[in-house]
Design a protein around this ligand. Structure first.
Ligand code: ZN
Length: 373
């Protein structure tokens, strides 16, 4: 059923098109033409203008062809991380990888290729389906900005599948954390370090005291905290007046993130007070957590479809955010499917042809299974 050659050649074509986050114009135009050729109506939304990037999200629609199922959202993102320019894919014994100096970009062009192959097979074999909406987002990496700014009114689906997890086909992510980003500017007072250090307030010392008091790393089974950036100071003979610290907290439980973020802020304020320094603190909630029960439609469809092709369905939680956080927050019940991309965000990234084929069959089965719901 799946046309292996067509699938692989399209995937290779897509990874060769540069599309690092913010530079999606070229690939968006190519994907638009491909979707239209498959008979979908394509709309590019205004997200690109809002986030000041080259392209918006593509929202494409294939009307029902007599099927009765609920409309389904099928989603992947078109951007990749760096180093992602000039990808030269190599195929060795059924494995596709990069030539070694860039990522492959299977994250998430494998997702796009799988959706496209499934759409073609569905058309060719006359599979009855309800309305299908293919959403290809921009700027997923580093902020979920495309999905955050998507024109939600253009989407009719209440349930969605995102092809963007590194688990094997059959892995269904039904739970993901919320994340706070915490930015702290410590303001001390500069002075000559040799002549009058007592007139200064050493912002590096304040920051060090603050961080030393913070509980970081794995806080509990569902919660993590990290300070990832620290910068400040100009010269050894100046008592430094400014230090910038940035970190994050994540949890599957929204209340625990609030508590953890609160503790980090508390330690910063405490240290500042102790030294007579000031702190400016900014907290941004980047995305909210979600949890989808196994009895919800979207999970039932994914599980039933997996069984129909002898894939072992496995419900999972993840430590990372994805477009699914945004869609769930906007009221579209969305799971993330494993497509077996490996070592993503490294130059060792690879994917097997076998898994591309398997995921494409799975996608077709999901559309079929949705007919009962
Ligand atoms: Zn991804």
């Amino acid at each position: 059923m799946i046309n292996r050659e067509r699938l692989v050649s399209e995937f290779l074509e897509l990874v060769k098109i540069d599309s690092v986050s913010g530079f999606e114009r070229n690939i968006a135009d190519i994907l638009k033409v491909k979707l239209e050729k498959m008979g979908l109506q394509v709309y590019e939304d205004a997200a690109g203008k809002k986030i000041n990037t080259q392209a918006g999200n593509l929202i494409a629609r294939l009307p029902a062809n007599g099927g009765s199922g609920a409309p389904l959202l099928l989603c992947a993102h078109m951007d990749t991380v760096e180093p992602g320019r000039g990808v030269k894919p190599v195929v060795v014994e059924g494995i596709i990888k990069s030539s070694g100096d860039t990522v492959l970009g299977a994250d998430d062009k494998a997702g796009i290729a799988i959706i496209f192959e499934a759409l073609r097979v569905i058309k060719e074999s006359g599979v009855k389906h309800g309305g299908l909406e293919v959403v290809l987002t921009v700027f997923e990496e580093g902020g979920l900005l495309g999905a955050a700014n998507i024109e939600k009114d253009r989407i009719a689906s209440k349930i969605g599948f995102i092809l963007d997890s590194d688990g094997p086909p059959g892995a269904i992510v039904t739970q993901a954390p919320t994340q706070d980003r915490i930015s702290i500017t410590v303001k001390g007072k500069s002075a000559h370090a040799g002549i009058c250090p007592e007139k200064g307030i050493n912002a590096i010392e304040v920051a060090a005291r603050a961080i030393a008091g913070m509980k970081l790393g794995r806080i509990d089974g569902e919660t993590t905290a990290n300070i990832g950036i620290i910068s400040g100071g100009k010269a050894t003979n100046i008592v430094p007046d400014i230090v910038f610290i940035q970190g994050e907290t994540r949890s599957l439980d929204g209340d625990r993130v609030k508590k953890q973020t609160g503790e980090i802020i508390g330690k910063a304020r405490e240290a500042a007070a102790q030294y007579g320094a000031q702190v400016d603190i900014k907290v941004e909630n980047l995305y909210r957590e979600f949890y989808i029960d196994k009895n919800e439609r979207v999970v039932k469809i994914a599980v039933e479809a997996a069984h129909s092709i002898n894939l072992a369905p496995r419900l999972e939680s993840t430590g990372g955010g994805s477009d699914a956080n945004m869609f769930n927050e906007k009221g579209i019940s969305t799971v993330v499917l494993g497509i077996a991309m490996q070592s993503v965000h490294t130059t060792e990234e690879f994917i097997s042809i076998e898994d591309l084929v398997k995921s494409s069959s799975y996608m077709v089965e999901i559309v079929k299974a949705a007919q009962k719901y």
